[in-house]
Ligand binder design. Structure first.
Ligand SMILES: [Fe+2]
Length: 268
């Protein structure tokens, strides 16, 4: 029991030191480093909350938190080296993260099985489709980080959409043009319950539609409840143009959310 507590605390302090080594006088870069540092710590909270709602045991909770803490460890090197969070024009941040973890051997205090679970969950935390691998525990942890990560990205972007007129951050917009247009393939995907492909992104509005579509990739009932409580759909919709397509999407997504919540018994 003591060992569990020590491990998570040790990982947290390693993480803090690691991130601090990237701190810089450059205000824009520093802002982005802090953004990912704070994101990581909030994802740790999200995953603990979700894990508890799902009645995970202490070992599973500890492992889930370790995954959350390290899932974006590649972001710091990415933004420092390339000046962007856009994997398409830099490097896959999950792969970069695995390199960091392996080079530092920070996970050596976990068992081999645990290490494999952590590496696997990080590798697949950002892919469009997770390959089936048949290992239940591995699947559980991959699903947990994918839900917890999305919850916090939604938190970040919905805040950003309301604050944006005061302070813009191009790194959060992937340098996409902020024009009134959106691509119809994103509308089509949303109305057919599909997660869109990042490679189709053409405008900033497309990115908002892509973020709405992550709802089809959510795994656990408590996550659907958080989405509803936090009014994520409405907060993204309000940042989009007021058109017939967008109104259709809003109704469709709210129906989908209602169904996903009501189809599962409350005692998950
Ligand atoms: Fe993340």
């Amino acid at each position: 029991m003591t060992e569990n507590i020590v491990d998570t605390a040790f990982f947290h302090s390693w993480f803090r030191n690691y991130v601090e080594s990237f701190y810089t006088e450059d205000p824009e870069l520093q802002q982005n480093i802090r953004l990912k540092e704070e994101h990581t710590l909030r994802v740790c909270n999200e995953i603990r909350r979700l894990g508890k709602a799902l009645n995970l045991n202490r070992t599973e909770l500890r492992l889930a938190e370790t995954i959350a803490l390290f899932h974006d460890i590649g972001r710091f090197e990415q933004i420092t080296t390339y000046g962007t969070f856009d994997d398409r024009v830099s490097e896959n941040h999950a792969t970069l993260g695995l390199k960091v973890l392996k080079a530092t051997d920070i996970l050596s205090r976990l068992t081999k099985t645990e290490q494999t679970i952590v590496y696997n969950a990080i590798e697949y935390h950002n892919v469009r489709k997770v390959p089936d691998n048949g290992d239940e525990l591995m699947e559980l942890h991959t699903k947990l980080i994918r839900d917890a990560d999305k919850l916090d990205i939604w938190y970040v972007v919905t805040n950003y959409y309301t604050e944006r007129h005061r302070h813009r951050n191009p790194a959060l917009e992937l340098e996409l043009p902020d024009t009134p247009e959106y691509s119809l393939c994103f509308v089509d995907d949303l109305l057919n319950n599909r997660v869109s492909n990042t490679h189709e992104l053409k405008t900033f509005n497309d990115m908002k539609l892509l973020q709405l579509g992550w709802i089809f990739d959510i795994n656990f009932t408590p996550t659907f409840l958080y989405i509803q409580e936090r009014r994520i759909i409405e907060k993204i919709i309000i940042a989009l143009p007021d058109t017939e397509d967008i109104r259709k999407i809003q109704n469709h997504l709210n129906d989908y959310l209602e169904n996903r919540i009501s189809e599962t018994p409350r005692d998950y």
